[in-house]
Design a protein around this ligand. Structure first.
Ligand code: ZN
Length: 280
């Protein structure tokens, strides 16, 4: 199953057409895309048997984030070995570095992003998951059953602020307006042949910068859910950015940053593509 946030309303997506959930369910489910995660099991059961009709075509530019207002947005750093090396850190062992991207940075999949003045803005394509069932001290074996679905995310990062001061400022450096685009759709894990092995790519003006596979995650999706839910309670609708593969601007020689006029595309096989244009 694929769902999306079309102009602020929850839709089911089939063959690139959208069906409005509130209308198709006769009001059983709200049009609020964030509200569905607190009734996820019930929603899946309804969607599996509903006679929803063919739907209507739509534009990607009208899509919002699949989970636009999570109570918690967690992001994981240093979760691919080659990225750890290019970033100049040591490989995490017990727990990966975890930070938040503040919720005001969330946007849909197609957007224009204003570059912070005097900054070095960098790209990080990431697999993003949305929690579908409360998770507290969940085992790896049980972890996937707590995931509503997967989407594409860009963990846009302003490196000057991120690395400034006596301790890194990951959360602030990654939370400028528009720095957390996600979408275009949320895909349930059962739609993938292997949800633990998805290909991610990222390009600037058509030039490929990143290509990786989630099987190379140091902490896999189940491992992350087990680790994180061992500390805090993951709530339905929470969003987790799982880390980026190598190829970011920080790790290139010479280093490269996004500039006004650049177009960034980020994709994951079986999900879709994000498209960001940058302005001064
Ligand atoms: Zn990241």
């Amino acid at each position: 199953m694929r769902i999306a946030n079309l102009s602020g309303r929850l839709v089911l997506v089939t063959d690139d057409r959208a069906v409005d959930v509130r209308t198709a369910s006769d009001g059983l489910f709200s049009s609020d895309p964030q509200a569905v995660y607190s009734r996820w099991e019930e929603f899946r059961a309804w969607a599996a048997q509903a006679d929803i009709g063919p739907g209507s075509p739509f534009e990607a530019a009208d899509l919002g984030a699949p989970a636009p207002a999570p109570r918690q947005l967690l992001a994981v750093g240093l979760n691919y070995r080659e990225h750890v090396a290019e970033a100049g850190f040591t490989t995490p062992e017990g727990m990966p570095p975890v930070f938040t991207k503040f919720a005001t940075s969330i946007t849909g999949p197609v957007s224009e992003v204003t570059l912070p003045r005097g900054g070095h803005t960098d790209w990080e394509v990431e697999l993003v998951l949305v929690v579908g069932r409360e998770a507290r001290r969940v085992s790896e074996a049980d972890a996937w059953s707590h995931v509503a679905g997967l989407t594409v995310g860009q963990d846009l990062s302003e490196r000057v602020l991120q690395m400034d001061g006596p301790a890194p400022q990951f959360s602030l450096g990654k939370s400028f307006p528009g720095f957390a685009p996600t979408g275009p759709v949320l895909v349930t894990p059962d739609e993938f042949e292997d949800p633990d092995d998805l290909e991610l790519t990222c390009a600037v003006n058509g030039e490929e910068m990143q290509r990786g596979r989630t099987r190379d995650l140091i902490f896999s999706v189940p491992a992350l859910i087990a680790k994180l839910s061992g500390v805090l309670t993951l709530l339905p609708g929470d969003v987790i950015f799982t880390g980026t593969p190598s190829g970011v601007g920080l790790g290139r020689t010479p280093q490269r940053w996004l500039a006004a006029g650049d177009e960034l595309t980020s994709s994951i096989g079986g999900i879709g593509e994000l498209r960001q244009r940058f302005v001064a």
